[in-house]
Design a protein around this ligand. Sequence first.
Ligand SMILES: Nc1nc(=O)c2c([nH]1)NC[C@@H]1CN(c3ccc(C(=O)N[C@@H](CCC(=O)O)C(=O)O)cc3)CN21
Ligand SMILES: CC(C)C(=O)C(=O)O
Ligand SMILES: [Mg+2]
Length: 279
Amino acid sequence: MTYGKDAVRPITAPAIRAQKGQTPIACLTAYTTPMAQVVDKHCDLVLVGDSVGMVLHGLPDTLGVTMDMIIMHGKAVRRGLKRALMVIDMPFGTYEESPEIAFRNAARLMQDTGAGAVKLEGGVAMAPTIAYLTQRAIPVMAHIGLTPQSVNTIGGYKVKGRGIEAQAILADAQAVAEAGAFAVVIEKVPDILARRITAEIDIPTIGIGASAACDGQILVVDDMLGMFAEFKPKFVKRYAELGTDADAAIARYAQEVKSRAFPSAEHIFGDAPASVVSS
Ligand SMILES: Nc1nc(=O)c2c([nH]1)NC[C@@H]1CN(c3ccc(C(=O)N[C@@H](CCC(=O)O)C(=O)O)cc3)CN21
Ligand SMILES: CC(C)C(=O)C(=O)O
Ligand SMILES: [Mg+2]
C-alpha cells in the first residue's frame, strides 16, 4: 500500500465541486463490489444509498436502514472502486438530532468504509449540521426536494416544489450551498425549479427526476438496469431489463432440473475409477 495515495480516489469531493458548469457529473448507486467495479469504470461518483434497504433488503421505505447495514454495503463497494468518489448515505435517525451526533456517525461511516463523503437529507434545517461537518473534515453532499426519509411527514413520494413550495426548496438549496456542501442532490422537483437552482447556486446540482440542466444526474443502478421490477417512476430510464432476463433464466433452469436436461455432459466430471462406481 502506498502511504496516503491509495486512500484517496482520484476523484475527490473538491474535484466534484469544481465540475460546476463544466462537463456533467455521472453518478449511480452501488451496494456490492461487482456493481461498484462496473460503475467505477464509467461514472464519477458512486453513492451507497439508503435505497439499499428497499432494493436489496425488501424494506417498505428507507427508514429501517441502520448504520450496520449501510456500513456492510459501504465496505463492499469500497473494495470495487479505483477512481470514483464514494459517497455514503447517513441513515434516518443518525444525524438529525444534533451536529455532534451527526459528526460521530459520519466519522464512523468514513472510518469503517473508506467513503470520501457522506450524504444527508435536508435543507435549511440541516444547514448548521452541514457546516459543522464540513468545518471538521467531512465533505457533505446535501439532498433536497423529495427527501425519502421524510415520507411519513410528506405523506408520499410526490413531486416537491410545485407552486409556492418552490420558494422553500430554493431557500434549501441556497442554505446547503452556503453551509459548505460540495454538491446537492435535487429529487423529483419541476424542471424549471431545478434549472433555476442550478443557475443560482455555486455548487453542482445532481438531479434525479429534476432537470437535464442539472450539473449531473443520479439514478439507482438497479432501477436503470430493470432489476427492481415493480419500481417504475417516471424519472427512471430503463437501460436494460435484467429483471425480465433473470426471470426467464431462472424459469428455464428450474424446468431443466426437473426434466434432467441440466446438468448435461459438459457440466459433469467423468472418469471415476471402476472399482468405486461398479457394484
Ligand atoms: N429503487 C429505488 N429507487 C429510488 O429512486 C429510490 C429508492 N429505491 N428508495 C429510496 C428513494 C425513494 N424514492 C422514490 C420512491 C418513490 C417514487 C415515486 O415516484 N413513486 C410513485 C409515485 C408516488 C406518488 O406520486 O405519491 C411512482 O409513481 O412510482 C419516487 C422516488 C427514490 N429513492
Ligand atoms: C436516490 C439516491 C439519490 C439516494 O438517496 C439513494 O439511493 O438512497
Ligand atoms: Mg438515499
